[in-house]
Design a protein around this ligand. Sequence first.
Ligand code: 26W
Length: 840
Amino acid sequence: MDNVQLKRSLLTDTLTDIPPMEMDVLSLVNDFRRNYTHTLGRDRHCRSAHYAYQALVLILRERLMECWKQTRYAYEKNDCKTASYLSMEFLIGRTLGNAVLNLGLQENITLALQCLGMELEELADSEHDAGLGNGGLGRLAACFLDSCATLQLPVTGYGIRYDYGMFRQLIVNGEQVEEPDHWLRNGNPWEIARPEYTQRVHFGGRTEYYRDKTDRLAPRWVDTNDVLAIPYDIPIPGYRNCTVNTLRLWKAAATDEFDLGEFNAGLYPESVAAKNSAEQITMVLYPNDSSENGKELRLRQQYFLASASLQDVLSRWVGTHGSDFSRFAGKNVFQLNDTHPSCAVAELMRLLMDEHGLGWEQAWEITTATMAYTNHTLLPEALEKWPVRLFRTLLPRLLDIIFEINARFLAEVSRRWPGDTGRLSRMSLIEEGPEPMVRMAYLAISASFSVNGVAALHSRLLAEGLFSDFFELWPNKFNNKTNGVTPRRWLVWSNPGLTQLLDETIGAGWEVDLDRLREILPLTEDGSFRERWYRVKLANKERLAKLVADECGVVFDPRALFDVQVKRIHEYKRQLLNVLHVIHLYDRIKRGDTGDWTQRCVLIGGKAAPGYFMAKRIIKLISNVAAVINADPDASPLLKVAFLPNYSVSAMEIIAPGTDLSEQISTAGKEASGTGNMKFMMNGAITIGTLDGANIEIRDEVGDENFFLFGLSAEQVEELRHSYDPAAIIANDEDLARVLQLLSSGHFNHFEPGIFDPIMHAITNPGDPWLVAADFRSYVEAQKQAAALFRDREEWTRRSIRNTARSGFFSTDRTMREYNDQIWHLPQVPPKVNICSISG
Ligand code: 26W
């Protein structure tokens, strides 16, 4: 191909006269049929819905293509500053519905499919989730991209194209069983391979010094094992605005080089087979979201992402600006999604110095003016550290650079605090000890001009606690950017009933100006509006009840209080506290304490990291408690419990609209932000929660009376740790004592003796970091208030309406404006108009 002279004039570059693709129903029908028969080669004998789905994707993709190109051209033409969002995870979920929505084609596609005897919802449902993330951090990245495209900001997402995403969770005999998620098996019609932008990533080898052109000794990385990084691009359409941004995911591939030794020895198949190890780099997403496990393959993944992405940006720079990097920092910014891509700090230094000939000072100036770091966790065990030893064998040249950064950094610290050796060892990028470690968060902080947390409390705790030494040194780097969620997916797409009601009430446009939802506030006093609101919620609860019946075999009554906790299973998120409350309700029923009862359906869902013993045992407890309660004829009319297997983005699209009560019950000071809390609020659920993460800001927005608050504050939690005495709490609380008695008596594990002993032990241990027993009483009281209020349908509905009405702040449009105004400083760049017929 290389030597074929393409006649540029025949390509579309210079032509603007490709007619925009038609959006009317007839054109959609015709294009669907053309794609189905001619592109996919299917006919009426084909019974698989998959090809209909594919044909639908193709007609949407065609309609995105011209906008995608024009968006790129507009960014190029303006030579504008761009941001690269580097993330090991993008939890996209499904793309079809979102594309239809953002293209403004919902009505016409629905009609076109009707003509063809199909339903949009059915085809959308047949799409496999792109589960390229663990939870909050990965989903946040996906919401950010949606908002950046909607705001027409030049932002590219860079990530990894894992062959296997987040595992599929089965529940067998109440326990989690993991199954691989081979989401690419039937191909991914949304991605476009771009092998022409392949990059080469080095591993192993050693640093060697040689004499450069100016006869200076210069380092270079030699004897490396190289891996190719092939980009696959996914379009990210903005909301009805012709902008289509890019998510670029890297796949690892072997180089064509052979180990000549083996090759000549006649070991041809063996030397080809050895290439497999290169391809393993992007094979699977690590399913841990709270503790790092120090696996070499994970570090390979991280460096692979950082190196390929930076090389991509640099080669584009050199292509347009040549080797002059003086304006590079003014035109580029890299946002590090946690420390996972923080090798990028040292890699940018290496590329600028070793590949582009810059000196240390200039390279450092560029690096520190372009790197920005977001922290997503306060848990110390989740802070990444890599053994120096591993770095030395895998990335020797990077280790040289990290040592040099550290030496210069420590010199700065000692200038500021002469003789303070304690501080030097606390702050060093290298943790000393029998196995010296590179502290990735410190590397990221030392090279970034911005360090942010993801909710107000979290950002404050970072500055006061985890990173206090760094805050003292560089207070101005630290800032807060409270998370959000995209209202297009989490309200417009997932809750069409409420969307219609809102459209009819305040008129369209609120989807991109979510503060406008406040306009419904006066209608809380309008009885007929409340009635419509209630009806929408009821219909959504019927939809959720169907999901629960299908997936769990448990029948939920839509008139009951739907009490939901879905998120990763972790001790700090305290699903255990939820179960203790459920057992308490069951105990009340068995005691006959059922006066003024509120019928309740409790739904819990989420995945446990495969190696996290306690989290898995908590799933087992939830399952067993559910089985006992649902099978008990006294209990089941009043209380139902279900564990939903395989919680995912597409499950949440049904769960959030159908929820009344949103459980956000983490130990205060542990949940960085939470974003599920925002999805629930937006869909009119009321939160029961602690003063943790973004709950605090949710309560500030919605008002105390529209939020069920309980539990210790972050300060009280730290205070109590010294004197925590769960035995005394249990002795003084008859309800809790009875619950724990039921739990330890084997009532929920008749044929599995002892299996819940570790849970009993955790709750009664004075060292329990999550203080489950401490918050039990106030949790039960808050739950009582919720139950009582639910019986007053009118008042509950008023508060539900207020939750949606005051959720505007939690749109990622607001979050992205803040990142842009305070960190990135990108211009808003619309593509050339009239090239496509997408408009509001
Ligand atoms: C190294 C293993 C590992 C992997 C992922 C450690 C930590 C993580 C993430 C930082 C965990 C995560 O997803 N954190 C969540 O980020 C969300 C988005 O900011 C927040 O809303 C959640 O509170 C936070 O738990």
